[in-house]
Design a protein around this ligand. Structure first.
Ligand code: ADP
Ligand code: MG
Length: 262
């Protein structure tokens, strides 16, 4: 078997924000290799650099030093090649546009013809289980459904890489469990590569093939865990000894990060 291609590769990646008072080292010497088909979670407390890392991949921030490639290209080339879909923390849907029109917007901007737009909207809605809701406005949907619609919008380009920044952070646990299960099914069906930010240990362990544990001292990676769990995961895998062992290791990594604080 040939090794899967590298989708995101970071080598000694650093990003320092020049704030007014003092520089913030949001990413310090991050080394990471994300392979095609991986589901990678980034976990760590607020302010540790998770969003910054996704934004560097998406070419929304520029690295200060080190190297990063996305599908073997610079982030700028990858952005121009529409290499990724981005799901933001808040649903970020336009309230005056129906769900189908929200999903259509980036396709309109890129001048996709109308029939191609319709086809892609229908496919994306089907993937997130929202077929039949295309003419609803965002405010007519529950929080969970709004977040599904945001995912559908990110899927509409059919990019191989999905960047998701705490997409389920604002949802209650029951809805989150359900969407976690649905996301795993979607990932299995589409064979996408996913970079997913969370601060929930069970969510990270349940979803991921690789877990990147980050430290509250901004930008440090304290542990990278390759999950031994099978790719197909019923929710009750969360009670298995293997699951609890990984969760324990994540917790240790988060604690180790804390002890560096001064
Ligand atoms: P996370 O997503 O893990 O909560 P972020 O990546 O948003 O963390 O932020 C990492 C660090 O960089 C934090 O200390 C944050 O305050 C700082 N930061 C983020 N964006 C900027 C910016 N535009 N200018 C200055 N500092 C920033
Ligand atoms: Mg963030």
């Amino acid at each position: 078997m040939t090794q899967a291609a590298s989708v995101v590769s970071a080598k000694d990646l650093c990003l320092t924000y020049q704030a007014n008072d003092a520089p913030v080292h949001a990413l310090s010497n991050v080394n990471l290799d994300v392979r095609k088909g991986d589901f990678v979670s980034f976990i760590g407390p607020s302010g540790c650099g998770k969003t910054t890392f996704l934004r560097v991949i998406a070419d929304l921030e520029k690295k200060t030093s080190g190297d990063i490639t996305v599908n073997g290209m610079t982030p700028e080339e990858a952005r121009k090649a529409r290499a990724y879909g981005y799901v933001f923390q808040a649903p970020a849907l336009y309230p005056w546009r129906t769900i189908d029109k929200n999903i259509a917007l980036p396709l309109e901007i890129m001048n996709y013809p109308a029939d191609e737009r319709q086809k892609r909207i229908a496919e994306a809605l089907d993937l997130v289980g929202l077929t039949g809701f295309e003419k609803k406005f965002p405010w007519q949907l529950s929080g969970g459904m709004q977040q599904r619609a945001s995912i559908a919008r990110a899927l509409a380009f059919d990019a191989d890489l999905l960047l998701m920044d705490e997409p389920f952070g604002a949802l209650d646990e029951i809805v989150r469990d359900h969407l976690n299960e649905e996301l795993l099914k979607l990932w299995a069906r589409t064979n996408k590569t996913i970079c997913f930010v969370t601060h929930s240990i069970p969510e990270a362990v349940y979803l991921s093939t690789k877990i990147v544990v980050m430290s509250p001292r901004p930008g440090r990676v304290t542990d990278i865990i390759d999950s031994p769990l099978p790719r197909e995961r019923p929710l009750d895998i969360r009670e298995s000894p293997e699951f609890l062992e990984i969760a324990h290791r994540v917790r240790d990594g988060l604690r180790a990060g804390h002890s560096y604080e001064h």
